[in-house]
Every structure is written in structure tokens, then in C-alpha cells.
Design a protein around this ligand. Structure first.
Ligand SMILES: [Zn+2]
Ligand SMILES: [Zn+2]
Length: 322
């Protein structure tokens, strides 16, 4: 399924089988998670996608030739030599390439990836269940790590990432407070079923002052709301790649050493740590699957907030029919 230009639906296409170059793997895709970032790319909210483009950066598949199962994440390549790479911040590499953005991704039967950026996946997860670990899980984990030892954690936007982070946070002994769209009773029930001790609408005040909050929803108005919900020295982490403009707010909301920061991309170390931790929690992903041809439908369902947990494209269906 190909994005020819932003703002247009993806189009089905027959492409030649990609060819793996040096240090690359040709992977037969079994599953590919659908991420909100894919929506931002498709909508033209990110500045410079490769076009035409195959979206998708939560790829689980089998290496053609040796049958190994690998996961292909958003971070597809770095130069290894810029000052960010040398400082252990390869997620901020000046010349980084991202899967499903600079390089073709996993909304396809085959993908090619640099083997140094692929992950081995924990054996207890099916291909479909593992897919959301690769971005919703990984980048959620990086965002969670920036909250330090916060005991009372707010999660704004209870989608694919929050549903995983809530499980990890509970495992770490934290208290989880979930904020959904106002009136989303079903989403609030879902959050409580995953261990949130309180769930409400994002305009509501939580019953306790929070130590930290992570904002997953791409809504700038949530920044002052979250700053107002955390106590002194509290941290607010913006976990998405794009957000609507943040309205101005009184300095008082930031005063008393509150911290506001973003999270960008992932490092391979985040991946190694999270994929080792996930089976210990154990993280259970809740997924809704779509055949590849239904990718536009999956994106629209995600946009409207209709997905509980994570949307995953199931390429095994295509394989059997093909
Ligand atoms: Zn993503
Ligand atoms: Zn670099």
C-alpha cells in the first residue's frame, strides 16, 4: 500500500521485490503495527517523507534465506559519527533515516532493513502481538524512563503506547492515572482493566497530584493541563512526533522546578532494554487486526479514536491468498 502524496489515501500497488544491499536483510513481512506517526506522515504533518512511500515501522517478519524472526523499528539507520551518535544519542543523529519515512516500511509483503537496527523478538509473542512492542512499546518505554522514579504517573491519551506503558508502570510499582477523550467511558474502562487506579476525561482533575505525566495524544492543549496536574518538580513528557500548537500559559504552571520535555525516536539500547523487560512484566498487547488492503481503514479508525489498544496489519492473510 503506497503513499503517493500526503493527504491522499494509500493506493494498492504491485512493486518489485526489494533487494537487500550490504548489511541489509530482506524480510517477508508477517505483521506491521499501525502508529499515529503513520497518520502524521500520511496527512503531510511531517516535513520531508520519501515519496512515493511505503508506511509502517513496527514490522515483524522472517528473514528470507535463514528464517530468523526479526523486528524492524522506526530507527532505520544512523551515521554513527555525528556528535549526537558519539554522545550515545543516536536517536537524534543528524543524518538518521527512519523506517516508513526515509526508507520504505512494512505496509507491504516484503521490506528491507539494515540488520544492525533490527531486533530479535521475545519468543512468547506471536508475530501480531509483538508488532506494537516495536514503537508503541519502545518509544513509550523511553518516555517512561524520562519520568524517573515518579510514583503517581498520568497518561494523557490511552492508545497503543499508553496501554503498554500502563502495564510496565504498574509492574514497577507506580500508580497510573489515565486520561482519555472526555466522555470515552469505554476507553476509561479499558484503562482501569490494565491497572489504572483512576481514569477520566482529559479536562478532569485527577484525585491526587501527579509526580509526572506523559502526553501521547497530539493535542497541544494537554500541555498546560498536564503541567497543572503535576506537583512541584513534576515532569511532563511529550511522547509524540507531532502536536498541535501549545497554547500560551502562565509561568506559574512551570514554576517550582516543573520540567517539560519531548521524546524523539529511539536508540537501539531502548529496544534491547524494553524487549527484555516486556516478557517479564509480562506486557500483553491488545490488538485489532486488519488485512493489508484495509490499511486506509485502519488509519481512519486510529484517527477517530476507535481502536482499543493497537491496530496491526496482518500480512499472513495476503501471503496465504497470494
Ligand atoms: Zn511509531
Ligand atoms: Zn549520527
Amino acid at each position: 500500500m503506497v503513499l503517493e502524496s500526503p493527504g491522499q489515501p494509500l493506493k494498492p500497488a504491485e512493486l518489485p521485490e526489494p533487494v537487500a544491499g550490504r548489511r541489509e536483510l530482506l524480510v517477508r513481512v508477517a505483521a506491521c503495527g499501525v502508529c499515529r506517526t503513520d497518520l502524521h506522515v500520511a496527512d503531510g504533518e511531517l516535513p520531508r517523507p520519501k515519496l512515493p512511500l511505503v508506511l509502517g515501522h513496527q514490522i515483524v517478519g522472517e528473514v528470507v534465506g535463514d528464517g530468523r524472526r526479526v523486528g524492524i523499528p522506526w530507527l532505520g539507520w544512523t551515521d554513527g559519527e555525528c556528535r549526537y551518535c558519539r554522545a550515545g544519542l543516536e536517536n537524534l543523529c543528524d543524518r538518521a533515516q527512519f523506517t516508513g519515512y526515509d526508507r520504505d516500511g512494512g505496509y507491504a509483503e516484503y521490506a528491507v532493513a539494515d540488520e544492525r537496527y533490527c531486533f530479535a523478538l521475545p519468543a512468547g509473542y506471536s508475530d501480531l502481538d509483538a508488532a506494537p512492542l516495536l514503537c508503541a512499546g519502545l518509544i513509550g518505554y523511553r518516555a517512561l524512563s524520562f519520568t524517573g522514579d515518579a510514583e503517581r504517573l498520568g497518561l494523557y491519551g490511552f492508545g497503543a503506547s499508553a496501554h503498554i506503558v500502563a502495564q510496565v508502570a504498574r509492574h514497577q510499582g507506580r500508580h497510573v492515572f489515565a486520561f482519555t477523550r472526555d466522555g470515552d467511558d469505554d476507553g476509561q474502562r479499558f484503562a482501569r482493566s490494565l491497572g489504572a487506579e483512576w481514569a477520566g476525561g482529559s479536562s478532569e482533575a485527577p484525585p491526587d497530584e501527579l509526580d509526572a505525566a506523559i502526553i501521547f495524544a497530539p493535542v497541544g492543549e494537554l500541555v498546560p493541563a498536564a503541567l497543572g496536574a503535576v506537583g512541584k518538580a513534576g515532569t511532563v513528557v511529550c511522547a509524540g512526533i507531532h502536536m498541535s500548537d501549545i497554547p500560551s500559559f502562565p509561568y506559574e504552571l512551570l514554576w517550582e522546578e516543573r520540567v517539560l520535555r519531548s521524546v524523539a525516536n529511539l536508540t537501539r539500547r531502548d529496544g534491547d532494554e524494553f524487549l527484555a523487560l516486556a516478557p517479564q512484566v509480562p506486557v500483553h498487547t491488545k490488538i485489532e487486526t486488519f488485512p493489508l488492503e484495509e490499511a486506509n481503514n485502519a488509519l481512519e479508525r486510529l484517527r477517530s479514536g476507535g481502536i482499543r489498544g493497537a491496530a496491526v496489519l496482518d500480512l499472513r492473510v495476503t501471503d496465504e491468498e497470494g
